[in-house]
Design a protein around this ligand. Structure first.
Ligand code: G3H
Ligand code: ZN
Length: 285
């Protein structure tokens, strides 16, 4: 299948009470594992590469890899540039064939965030590409972006309608208690804030920092109308832990890289399949 946009992949989420999982990858093994997990769950899926991951793999290489993976799959795949702050880099990703991009101008003042998000949404309109933006600041560490607890800030629902209307974005990431990376203490989501945002806009809402949030809490958000759930750290940990395990288990004279890397694919696939089933999107593709 050809890559699809967020607009296409999230179209039925609210009506049918499910969310689509969005998973970060950093190379071939985790990307292929994500696709494998989605195929096993018969679910649509969003594969996300951060700006840093794209710089590591190469922007055109990333697009080529995921287009290739999508070609032989019968479930819809969206390739999404995650948490990008550099406008020129985002434009290049759109040209490279990403079917979705996130402009993360959440560190900037409201008016500047609107300006940058609108600039990208306007640019992407000429391509088969959707745009996600962030309002409020999700705390924690996501790749190169570090938001200290004291500077993280929850989304003000009153700012949402104008932001969505003026920017013309296709999905909105909000801050309501989730954090990027592993949680230092038990996550506490502000469900009332989510409800207030959902009441004020029809724009699909995105939860960032999905790692470590109890599934029951995520399912509650989905039943309220959440459309997209981002998970990154859990897959990174599975990748690294699997490599550590294989280094310990394989004979010391083993030098075939695939013996070390193949189990990574399986580990990522298992996590993704389980998440997609929990998010209610299994069987929707
Ligand atoms: O944008 C990516 C996600 O928000 C990942 O968050 O690494 O805490 O799961 P996480
Ligand atoms: Zn995020």
């Amino acid at each position: 299948m050809e890559l699809v946009t967020l607009q296409e992949i999230l179209a039925n989420t609210k009506k049918e009470h499910y969310a689509v999982g969005a998973f970060n990858f950093n190379g071939y093994e985790d990307a292929a594992g994500i696709a494998q997990g989605a195929a096993a769950a018969r679910s649509p899926v969003i594969l996300m590469a951060s700006q840093g991951a794209c710089q590591y793999i190469g922007l055109y290489e990333t697009a080529g890899l995921i287009k290739g993976i999508a070609k032989k799959l019968s479930v819809p795949i969206c390739l999404h540039l995650d948490h990008a702050t550099d406008l020129d880099f985002i434009r290049e990703a759109v040209r490279a064939g990403f079917s979705s991009v996130m402009i993360d101008a959440s560190a900037k003042p409201y008016e500047e965030n609107i300006h940058d998000s609108k600039t990208i949404a306007t640019f992407a309109k000429d391509y088969h590409c959707s745009v996600e933006a962030e309002l409020g600041k999700v705390g924690g560490k996501e790749d190169n972006i570090v938001v200290e607890d004291r500077t993280a800030s929850f989304t003000d629902p009153a700012q949402v309608p104008r932001f969505v209307e003026e920017t013309g974005i296709d999905a909105l990431a909000i801050a309501f208690g989730s954090v990027h990376g592993f949680y230092k203490s038990e996550p506490k989501l502000d469900f009332d804030r989510l409800a207030a945002v959902l009441k004020l806009t029809a724009c699909p809402i995105v939860l960032h920092g999905g790692t470590g949030i109890p599934i029951a809490d995520i399912q509650k958000c989905i039943s309220m109308g959440l459309a997209k759930v981002n998970v990154g750290t859990e897959l990174k940990a599975a990748f690294s832990n699997t490599i550590r395990k294989m280094c310990a288990e394989l004979p010391k004279d083993e030098f075939d890289p695939r013996k070390f890397l193949k189990p990574v694919k399986a580990a990522c696939a298992a996590i993704v399949q389980e998440k997609l089933e929990a998010f209610g999107s299994a069987g929707k593709a």
